[in-house]
Design a protein around this ligand. Structure first.
Ligand SMILES: Nc1ncnc2c1ncn2[C@@H]1O[C@H](COP(=O)(O)OP(=O)(O)O)[C@@H](O)[C@H]1O
Ligand SMILES: [Mg+2]
Ligand SMILES: [Zn+2]
Ligand SMILES: [Zn+2]
Length: 676
């Protein structure tokens, strides 16, 4: 069998024919009423469907500054993971709250939802996620919806706006029908949202005449079918992007005359000679996205306002036409500010609900954006530890306002925002800091800039085997030279200085990491710990220590104890307390029949590591790393450390060697700065 056939089998195995049949469901009007009675959800309006979609993926809650925050899993992008939105949960919560109020009919369903934020803050991503979600949802049982076609002599004539078959129920009968359906108190009471579109109204009138006013006969001319929302097929999802101001044309929004069909139907006022294919028509039952909505010509502003407030649009030559769709606009912060005081905005202001979508201000969340695009799964080269984190840290630093508290650096502020401890600062302080900086996240570097520079850095050298932070920071720096969104020289200088801050932070991190790798020799740590504790016990009990080798008794090794304790800043005056506390702890363990292990006390562990590092720094001759000739003994020790970096810290052969050299050069510089 040829491999082509095998592939075809594979395709066949993966298609779900039952589901496919479901999506092609067709039935009579009576069948539809039965479906509706069994599951009234199928005639939800567009806001209700969107809200239910978002809610259907569930939430987790966490607390931040003593407030409970809900994370909607929908924003993790359960569909294909490419459009997850991180780090702005409070704003997403607000957006979902609006959708909920709209679903319940409390008013927001009569507004334009306006996502507002700086360039590259995930506004389009959120819109894309909604669209993708609606498409998928309409294919599930929970999210299904229906429309209908007219059976004519020329074949089926589908409603061009895929409206709900419920619109066909005659006005006189509607209350009784709805009452029967609503008897089981569905989540949202079923209503007729809107009414027949011009084509269907025309068909309804004509058909009624033919059947002598008998609805039971009319409904024989109706075929109901399931609707699958699809932006590509222009069903239920629309996008509108204003072109330059002179070229805007209302037909793009509300449809156009079909001149070819005028001949067929004999008149340009026959709705069948009109293409109801403007974005508003297409998006009926789902969502329309207005990209850069504030660039919309004033002439169409009123179309937009009517569409949101009245749920109606006005196609050329036809009466107002009902629509049922979510209107989601977005605008960039600069554009918004430019228009803030003009009359266009006046008209728009109280008809829009603005939801801010700022940049992320937590470095660890920002890093998730870049990890999404640049991971070992998607990139051939190895990405050295901290590379993405440092780029993210820089991006966040450019967005933060300088803290007014002189005791706090900008870097520390970023750490605090990330939930890390900075001594002397509590959660309440962080809350205050957040409050004081209300425009934070509305300015600074866009994630898109960083994404571009990361990919530049990756492709610069086709043989690149490992991408390290310096390559990325350099790429960011050179990118700053001609970044169009940097507004002034002063700002450019500030961003550049922040790159230095990030380099210093990186230096600190890798220094500690290499130190740990050198000192993470468990048997050596155990030995050192044992010596420390023997001396400590003898000291506290005023005894002498027996030398295991000679058997001779000696004074406790005060020099060793102090050398360890000084590593964690225990002054001479406090050493007694520290030792006694430790001794009590070890004693309590002994009573329980347990023995002390250096890992049980974090501070002592760190102190021992630093002491061991100090001791082995000379024996390893870290500085030898930067020289050419290394004796075999030193080389062997170096290799052990390198292997630890690879096994436990995520380095590869290349970046492990580089980072050891780098740290060696820091120590060779005689950097006296103490490791934390
Ligand atoms: N909060 C965020 N979470 C996840 N990705 C983000 C976030 N903010 C920005 N991005 C990413 O940055 C890029 C730009 O986002 P985009 O939605 O096009 O921005 P906008 O429409 O606001 O200008 C996208 O790749 C997007 O995934
Ligand atoms: Mg965008
Ligand atoms: Zn119709
Ligand atoms: Zn590497």
């Amino acid at each position: 069998m040829s491999s082509n056939h095998k592939l075809l089998d594979l395709v066949a195995a993966h298609q779900d024919t039952a589901r496919f049949q479901d999506l092609l469901w067709e039935g009579s009007f009576g069948d539809y009423l039965e479906l509706l009675t069994a599951d009234p959800q199928i005639s939800r309006n567009a806001f209700q469907r969107l809200y239910d979609l978002v809610e259907s993926y569930g939430t987790t809650s966490y607390s931040e500054y003593k407030k409970t925050i809900l994370r909607y899993h929908f924003f993790d992008d359960p569909f294909d993971n490419t459009d997850a939105v991180f780090g702005v949960d409070i704003h997403l919560m607000k957006l979902v709250r609006i959708l909920r109020a709209a679903a319940l009919g409390f008013g927001p369903e009569r507004r334009v939802l306006l996502l507002h934020g700086p360039v590259g803050s995930a506004k389009s991503t959120i819109a894309r996620l909604f669209k993708k979600g609606l498409e998928q949802y309409s294919r599930t049982d929970a999210g299904r919806l229906y429309s209908y076609s007219w059976v004519t002599d020329q074949g089926l004539l589908p409603c061009p706006m895929h409206e709900d078959p419920l619109h066909l129920v005659p006005d006189e009968a509607a209350p009784a029908v709805l009452e029967a359906i609503n008897a089981r108190s569905p989540r949202y009471p079923v209503r007729q949202h809107g009414e027949l579109c011009p084509v269907c109204r025309h068909m309804y009138r004509e058909t009624m005449r033919e059947v002598g006013g008998d609805f039971l006969k009319l409904q024989e001319r109706i075929r109901v079918h399931r609707v699958v929302l699809s932006e590509k097929d222009r069903v239920g999802i629309g996008t509108f992007q204003p072109k330059d101001e002179k070229n805007q044309d209302s037909t793009e929004l509300t449809g156009d005359i079909n001149y070819r069909k005028i001949a067929e139907y004999g008149s340009d006022s026959d709705p069948r000679a009109f293409n109801f294919d403007g974005e508003f028509n297409v998006a009926n039952r789902g969502l329309i996205e207005f990209i850069e909505v504030l660039k919309l010509d004033v002439a169409f502003l009123y179309d937009l306002l009517g569409a949101s407030q009245e749920h109606r649009v006005k196609p050329k030559k036809f009466a107002q036409t009902a629509i049922d769709e979510v209107i989601l606009g977005h605008t960039n912060e600069p554009e918004y500010r430019k228009l803030q005081s003009n009359e266009y905005m006046e008209a728009l202001r109280d008809r829009t609900l603005k939801v801010d979508v700022p940049y992320i201000t937590r470095p660890s969340q920002e890093a998730r954006i870049y990890r999404k695009d640049f991971s070992s799964r998607t990139v051939a080269a190895h990405i050295a530890p901290h590379t993405i984190e440092m780029a993210a840290l820089w991006a966040v630093l450019t967005r933060l306002e300088d803290p007014s508290n002189a005791k706090l650096t900008l870097l520390q502020k970023a750490h605090l925002y990330d939930g890390r401890a900075v001594s002397g600062f509590t959660e309440d302080h962080v809350k205050e800091l957040r409050k004081a900086a209300s425009r934070e996240g509305m300015e600074g570097i866009s994630p898109r800039f960083v994404q571009d520079k990361l990919s530049n850095a990756l492709v610069r050298d086709p043989d690149l085997s490992c991408l390290n932070p310096f390559m990325v920071l350099n790429e960011l720096e050179s990118g700053l030279k001609n970044h169009s969104l940097v507004s002034s020289e002063e700002e450019r200088e500030r961003f550049r200085a922040l790159l230095t801050t990030v380099k210093e932070e990186y230096e600190d991190i890798v220094k500690t990491e290499v130190q740990k790798a050198i000192a993470s020799d468990d048997s050596a740590l155990s030995r050192l710990c044992g010596n420390y504790i023997d001396s400590m016990r003898a000291y506290l009990l005023k005894e002498r220590v027996k030398d295991p080798f000679t058997g001779a008794y000696q004074e406790p090794d005060e020099r060793l104890m102090r050398a360890v304790e000084e590593k964690i800043d225990i002054p001479d005056s406090r050493k007694e307390d520290f030792r006694r506390e430790l001794m009590n702890y070890i004693g309590a363990l002994a009573i329980d029949g347990k023995t002390f292990d250096f890992r049980m006390n974090e501070r002592l562990h760190r102190a021992l590591e630093l002491k061991l590092f100090e001791d082995s720094k000379d024996s390893i001759k870290l500085t030898a790393l930067v020289s050419q000739n290394v004796d075999p003994d030193t080389q062997a020790r170096i290799d052990v450390v390198k292997q630890r970096l690879i096994d436990h810290y995520g380095y590869c052969d290349v970046c492990a060697r580089d980072v050891m050299r780098y740290v060696a050069s820091i120590f060779a510089r005689g950097d006296a700065k103490k490791a934390r």
